[in-house]
Design a protein around this ligand. Sequence first.
Ligand SMILES: Cc1cc2nc3c(=O)[nH]c(=O)nc-3n(C[C@H](O)[C@H](O)[C@H](O)COP(=O)(O)O)c2cc1C
Ligand SMILES: Cc1ncc(COP(=O)(O)O)c(CN)c1O
Length: 195
Amino acid sequence: MEQFARWFAEAAGEHGAAGLPEANAAVFATASAAGQPSARTVLLKGFDHRGLVIYTNYTSRKGRESAENPFGSLVFPWYALQRQVVVIGAVERVSRAETERYFTSRPRGSQLGAWASHQSEIIESRESLDARAARLAERWPPGTPVPTPPFWGGLRLVPRTVEFWQGRTDRLHDRLRYRRAAEGTDLWVVERLSP
Ligand SMILES: Cc1cc2nc3c(=O)[nH]c(=O)nc-3n(C[C@H](O)[C@H](O)[C@H](O)COP(=O)(O)O)c2cc1C
Ligand SMILES: Cc1ncc(COP(=O)(O)O)c(CN)c1O
């Protein structure tokens, strides 16, 4: 994760350089128990030695798939830097305390939005969504804290491999894959892959 932190800081412009817009946007892939894949963009909200954390609705497709088949992948497409990071690993839920800390930090509108959205379900119309949001805004008027929905929270991708791709001339790119030496350890084997 130290190497990830270096590249993430460069992408986000934490060294005074101009950062990429939405450097924390990544494509998150999951698969059903039957092995059917699905992918969507999410925002990375934190990372440390334990893994990478995103927040979502647990009843969404990604939430359901990562519960029935607890593996996933995150791809960071930092095109302007000719870089890509691909993380593959196990997916677990973050603790309730960690989710609540994050949910409380979100703008009130987003908090109400999380309650209003039965994410990934078919809805009748935009109006029905707006009407539900309006009812919820009355339930928790300004000044009242919005509780964390029980169906909403963090997912942590615990990396097994992290591949750092750096574009180079003639399609002879650098690809360095960090592979965990053994599950549960923080020892990594670095292997160079053919571009
Ligand atoms: C830039 C961007 C960032 C997004 N970030 C998130 C996110 O952090 N969490 C989330 O649940 N959905 C996020 N979305 C919406 C998802 O891409 C997706 O539409 C939604 O989560 C439903 O996915 P699912 O039905 O595959 O579970 C984001 C979309 C975009 C375009
Ligand atoms: C539905 C949804 N949930 C969660 C997020 C994560 O970002 P935030 O917590 O900053 O809203 C996003 C970001 N686009 C989103 O669209």
